[in-house]
Design a protein around this ligand. Structure first.
Ligand code: SAM
Length: 432
């Protein structure tokens, strides 16, 4: 079998090599390594493969900490030293900007680092009842499959949650509706950790006793969710129906529900917020839009710096939570929130936000192409763009720089999801 030299990594953490004029994407291989591979997909110009033999290892290769590495679809970069992972992510960002949009950042910001392990303060665990001895599985999906991995622990969950993966199997197996619980949402707040059981059928009284005893034994607050995310509530009716996290630098505390969108990595969220506010530099009297504002994660720090903020978001439940968060933190007068589908933004809909000094954009993976295209001559001079997908950030940068006259003043990554190939980044655009 031919061996190849791996040249770089792609955005999914696969090694890239060339062989017979084709590009080969090799799972498990690292740059600088000489490997043999087995192809599982062959196309005229490329092949997808897995590494079958490692002939020369990279000095950056390390032993994966997790016993489920290679099976669980969660953390595909554990075999690479964590600081090298960050360098790879930075290169993924720069490559996306250049290859997809012919844009280069004037400055590359130093990467933001947080904890390498135990950082996932929010997660959705899959649950399945399987025939045979295993009974019930609780965990993340296997690689490229809808099966739930047979996991005993998870190194990126906080230890108090990781150790529950096996006991949760027993809990679910003992319920009358064991095969009607497809997922468990976990969320860590400052005062408590919540486990939300998504139930497709009602619990019996015996089930409820069983669930509450489990929560008591493991120090967890137990919730159920009979319908959509808004139906999640505590089994214990006296419990406050929310969790909180705080951003001490801005002296704000935000309420959230375990099913709300919140950034999963709280320490990195704080670092990202610090960087975002440095770049945005909100000043008293300024008017700033926070697009895709969620429950006010960026809006409240902007208002805490003295600016007036108008948050826009697609979910009415989240804008309501954002408004409540602003009031609770004494920032209600400087904050306004409205609901809109920003994928359909137009110059007219943006004009309704009034004159703006600055803008922060934090879209989902699909990016913010409609917003970028809708910016006209009256658009703010400074835009801070927080992105969870370098490809859509690059595409949108192409519009901002190529069509709207902005300069990409700087860009950098935040290691929000260590051990995985996900790339979170932040960019600053300015125009005269
Ligand atoms: C990456 S999250 C950011 C949330 C918030 N900025 C934060 O830091 O917590 C993206 C947000 O975009 C919202 N969203 C998704 N699609 C949308 C759309 N078409 N129009 C407006 N908001 C949308 C989601 O509800 C979510 O709150």
């Amino acid at each position: 079998m031919n061996s190849v030299l791996v040249e770089s990594l792609d955005h999914e953490g696969r090694g890239i090599a060339r062989s017979d004029g084709k590009t080969i994407f090799i799972e498990g291989a690292l740059p600088g390594e000489r490997v043999e591979f087995l192809s599982h997909r062959r196309k005229p110009t490329f092949e997808q493969a897995t590494m079958s033999a490692l002939l020369r290892a990279s000095p950056l290769r390390c032993a994966p900490r997790c016993p489920h590495f290679g099976v669980c679809g969660g953390c595909s970069m554990q075999h690479l030293d964590t600081s090298a992972q960050v360098a790879v992510k930075q290169r993924v960002l720069e490559n996306a900007l250049w290859h997809l949009a012919r844009v280069r950042a004037e400055v590359i910001y130093p990467a933001l680092h947080g904890p390498d392990w135990g950082y996932r303060f929010r997660a959705r665990l899959g649950v399945i009842q399987v025939p045979g001895e295993t009974g019930v599985l609780v965990g993340f999906h296997e690689k490229k499959s809808s099966y739930i991995a047979d996991m005993q622990r998870c190194e990126i969950l906080p230890p108090a949650l990781s150790r529950l993966l096996v006991p949760l199997r027993g809990l679910i197996a003992g319920l009358s509706i064991a095969n009607r619980i497809p997922q468990i949402e976990v969320a860590v707040g400052e005062e408590k950790t919540v486990l939300v059981l998504r139930n497709l059928l009602p619990f019996t009284q015996a089930d409820i006793r069983h669930v509450l005893a489990f929560g008591e034994a493991w120090g967890m607050r137990m919730w159920y969710q009979p319908g959509g995310p808004d139906t999640a509530r505590p089994f214990d009716q006296d419990e406050t129906p929310w969790l909180t996290y705080s951003l001490p630098e801005f002296d704000v505390r935000l309420k959230f529900k375990p099913t709300d969108f919140t950034q999963v990595n709280i320490p990195i969220n704080r670092a990202l917020m610090h960087r975002a506010m440095q770049l945005l530099d909100p000043r008293p009297g300024e008017r700033i839009a926070d697009l895709f504002c969620g429950l006010g994660n960026f809006s409240l720090p902007i208002a805490a710096r003295g600016a007036r903020v108008h948050g826009v978001e697609g979910s009415a439940a989240l804008t309501a939570r954002a408004a409540e968060n602003a009031r609770d933190n004494g920032l209600g007068e400087r904050c306004r929130f409205s609901v809109a589908n920003l994928f359909e933004a137009t110059p007219a809909s943006l004009a309704r936000l009034g004159p703006l000094d600055k803008m922060l954009i934090d879209p989902p993976r699909d990016g913010a192409i409609a917003v970028c295209k809708a910016l006209d001559d009256s658009a703010p001079r400074r835009i801070v763009y927080v992105s969870c997908n370098p490809a859509t950030l690059a595409r949108d940068s192409g519009v901002l720089v190529g069509e709207k006259g902005y300069r990409l003043r700087g860009a950098g990554v935040a290691n929000m999801f260590p051990q995985t190939s996900h790339v979170e980044s932040i960019a600053l655009f300015e125009r005269d």
